[in-house]
Write a protein that binds this ligand. Structure first.
Ligand code: ZN
Length: 380
């Protein structure tokens, strides 16, 4: 049995029809386990919290283990009137399949499930893990991070390498920016509006000057990851209409590149704020940080992936250096497992009229089969 594009579309449509918002993955999980059950493939369900399933299908036995990972959860619909189709009806128009999650990333999950049915009856010279997980969109505590905990405890076999199917335009994405989220709390002096020009120090004004100083382009570049990014994404301050606010808090999301750390970024930010405020009237709080991470281009895994793709597509694959967000790949890289992202073409992940290019799903499936075959046969 070889790759069948319409079969991938059929499975993807089934997946899209589940409204599997993060936290609501129970029903789609049952569909996925039913699927593995129906093709006679061994699988396990791993839940850190009840109703948040992670399903791992296991094919073949042997020393070598290769894992594919995809998430089943999707983000909500912000404004349904912006959609040209019902976001959960999964409509195919020409080469494009529309719906929430089509591109991010139920199309890829369908590819992985299709591969499982292709290989279900084959004798594999190693272990193939298909991991379909919950909770990617909200930090992966109940999803991939839970699986990694179980790998560390020896309850799930440790893969030699991991391929994640997030959209990558059929390019190899071997690294991603880090994420540093934090609050800055500005302290002024509250007073009656009548005293605004004498007694009071307006914390919203302090914050405003700081926002203008830090929310800007950052002139740095890393060849495998691109540029850093910063955005002030939340602000809150003021209690009543007739009182100058004494406090204002902003939330900043800063994406980092290799060479940057939490400390270097904070030093940079403090310098920029101090320059416009002239005094230390703020503090940085509630920090959340995960560094930039790369599986190097010259690692044997990335080199192998490159060669396999070149062989199948008859052209040298490109590397993806874009404005991508963070993915579950980082958790695997933090534990030292070689990890890449390789996924389809598509548009509008998280936005209205999200869609995936169906031809690219077919290519992706052939590449995945090639990677599995290569891992179990040729690898040193
Ligand atoms: Zn995703």
């Amino acid at each position: 049995m070889c790759v069948n594009k319409s079969r991938i579309v059929e499975i993807a449509k089934d997946l899209i029809k589940y409204k599997s918002l993060t936290g609501m993955e129970k029903d789609i999980g049952e569909y996925v386990s039913g699927f593995f059950e129906s093709i006679g493939v061994e699988y396990g369900i791993y839940e850190k919290e009840k109703g948040r399933p992670n399903i791992i299908a296991n094919l073949g036995h042997g020393e070598k283990t290769i894992a594919f990972n995809g998430h089943l959860d999707v983000v909500p619909i912000a404004d349904e009137s912006m959609w040209e189709t019902d976001p959960f009806s999964a409509e195919l128009k020409g080469n494009r399949l529309f719906g929430r999650g089509a591109y991010d990333m139920k199309g890829s999950c369908a590819v992985m499930m299709h591969i499982t049915e292709i290989l279900a009856k084959e004798k594999l010279n190693g272990n193939l893990q298909i991991q379909l997980v919950s909770d990617e969109e909200k930090g992966a505590k109940f999803g991939t991070r839970h699986i990694i905990e179980l790998i560390k405890k020896g309850k799930i076999k440790k893969p030699d390498c991991v391929i994640i199917g997030e959209g990558s335009d059929l390019k190899i994405r071997n690294g991603e920016r880090g994420i540093l989220v934090f609050d800055v709390k500005f302290k002024g002096r509250a007073a009656h509006t009548a005293k605004a020009r004498s007694d009071a120090i307006n914390a919203i004004v302090l914050a405003s000057k700081a926002v203008i100083a830090i929310d800007r382009e950052i002139d740095k570049f890393h060849p495998e990851i691109g540029t850093p990014a910063i955005s002030v994404n939340m602000i809150s301050g003021g209690k009543v209409k007739n009182q100058v606010p004494g406090e204002c808090v902003i939330t900043v999301d800063r994406r980092t590149i290799p060479g940057e750390t939490k400390e270097t970024v904070f030093a940079e930010i403090e310098q920029q704020i101090d320059r416009v405020l002239g005094r230390k009237s703020y503090e940085i709080l509630n920090t959340l940080y995960g560094p930039a991470n790369i599986t190097p281009k010259d690692s044997s895994f990335v080199k192998t992936v490159f060669e396999v793709i070149k062989d199948i597509l008859k052209t040298e694959p490109e590397f993806y250096v874009g404005e991508g967000g963070v993915t579950d790949a980082r958790f695997y890289r933090y534990t030292g497992m070689p990890t890449i992202i390789y996924g389809p073409l598509g548009e509008h992940a998280h936005g209205p009229n999200e869609c995936v290019d169906v031809d690219s799903l077919e290519k992706q499936a052939n590449i995945y089969l090639g990677l599995i075959n290569n891992h179990f046969t040729n690898r040193r």
